[in-house]
Design a protein around this ligand. Structure first.
Ligand SMILES: [Zn+2]
Length: 370
């Protein structure tokens, strides 16, 4: 079998046109377009190429409902080569997620839910007995390769009468395991001004552009002091669009006030993939294009920024010698209506569309609606 093939005539985000030679699953050569020799496997036709997209917040455990989906359905078929499950599983089921991940084409990493039951129920922190420290330490020891942090969902419907207490416990578990936290924010209580000061450098706040009452921006669009202070401490901002957590108005206020873009993630699962407002990573990225972000900033938010947080720089670059981990996508000039989680619409004249990925030495076409 010929293991050397050429991805011909693809374009970096900078506009530079290149050929990429892939040999035994690795990038063997990068040449100016048209110059690489080898069996032509796929004609890039001028599509953009980036390192494989990373989605920092998804729900990839198929057995759970509503917050679950098939790994490759929300991974490689969306242009996403690495996905990070955002606490679908706690210690009880993380082994089953690892088993599913070993059968998938998409790379899978995970935040371990501090509640042992994970998203078996959607009020997983309403009973503090579900936070089992010994089980967490055991899971981290066993699945340390896959686990990149701990997840705590800190909003009213999740914590119930537990209030802010689960976040204090999460903080001490973070110290004990050395793992950062991903904290989901949403409706109060707890008040966002009580939540944010507990986040430290490297922790992630997901859903930071949500449009709920208890969000991170004042009515006039100014960022709350707890947000600007968290950014100064090195807290990482993650979009986590989801069914209910992305507001165009808030995103516009964030941009207007110079709040930087760290990672763009979907918080995708079956229902918001099929019925919206998420649909796909491409669709979420198109929303940031419509907000006026440059293509290179948007691509960095699903490649190098995420790879840097993960401490895996090779996932966020295209370099000879690395495993071939690539996403091909186009920028289509066409009119489209984009909808946020509040039902607000924006009309755009250009959309991002994932075309395919190269991973595991294989080219896989994307099968999604734009
Ligand atoms: Zn989520």
């Amino acid at each position: 079998m010929d293991e050397r093939y050429v991805l011909r005539q693809v374009k970096r985000v900078s506009g530079e046109e290149i050929d990429i030679v892939i040999e035994n699953g690795k990038i063997a050569e990068i040449t100016p377009a048209g110059e690489a020799r080898g069996r032509q496997e796929w004609e890039g036709l001028g599509a953009y190429v980036s390192s494989g997209w990373i989605d920092m917040h998804v729900h990839a455990f198929r057995e759970f409902d509503p917050y679950g989906d098939e790994i490759d359905e929300i991974g490689v078929r969306q242009g996403v080569t690495t996905l990070v499950d955002a606490g679908s599983c706690g210690a009880d089921r993380i082994g089953d997620l690892a088993r599913d991940a070993s059968l998938a084409k998409t790379n899978v990493l995970a935040f371990l839910n501090i509640s042992r039951i994970g998203l078996l129920r959607i009020d997983e922190l309403s009973n503090l007995e579900w936070i089992d420290k010994e089980k967490i330490l055991q899971a981290v020891r066993t699945y340390g390769e896959m686990i990149v942090g701990l997840k705590a969902r800190i909003s009213k419907s999740v914590v119930g009468a537990s209030g802010i207490e689960p976040l204090h416990i999460a903080r001490s578990l973070s110290i004990e395991t050395g793992l950062p936290l991903m904290v989901h924010i949403g409706s109060a209580p707890p008040d966002i001004r009580e939540v944010m000061p507990l986040l430290q450098r490297k922790d992630i706040v997901t859903h930071y552009l949500n449009g709920k009452e208890n969000n991170l921006f004042a009515a006039d669009g100014q960022p709350l002091q707890v947000l600007t202070e968290a950014i100064e401490r090195g807290v990482h901002l993650d979009v986590g669009h989801g069914t209910a957590s992305f507001s165009f108005k808030v995103a516009e206020a964030a941009k207007r006030n110079g709040i930087g873009l760290n990672t763009i993630s979907t918080d995708i699962y079956r229902v918001n993939r099929m019925k919206g407002p998420v649909f796909s990573m491409s669709n979420v990225l198109s929303k940031f294009l419509s907000l006026g972000y440059a293509l290179d900033e948007i691509v960095a938010a699903v490649t190098s920024n995420a790879a840097e947080w993960l401490g895996r720089p090779e996932l966020g670059r295209i370099q000879v010698g690395d495993s071939a981990n690539l996403t091909l996508f186009t920028l289509q000039h066409k009119s489209a209506v984009l909808v946020d989680s509040e039902g607000e619409e924006r009309v755009t004249d250009k959309v991002i569309h994932a075309k395919g990925v190269v991973i595991g030495g294989e080219f896989i076409k994307c099968e999604i609606r734009a």
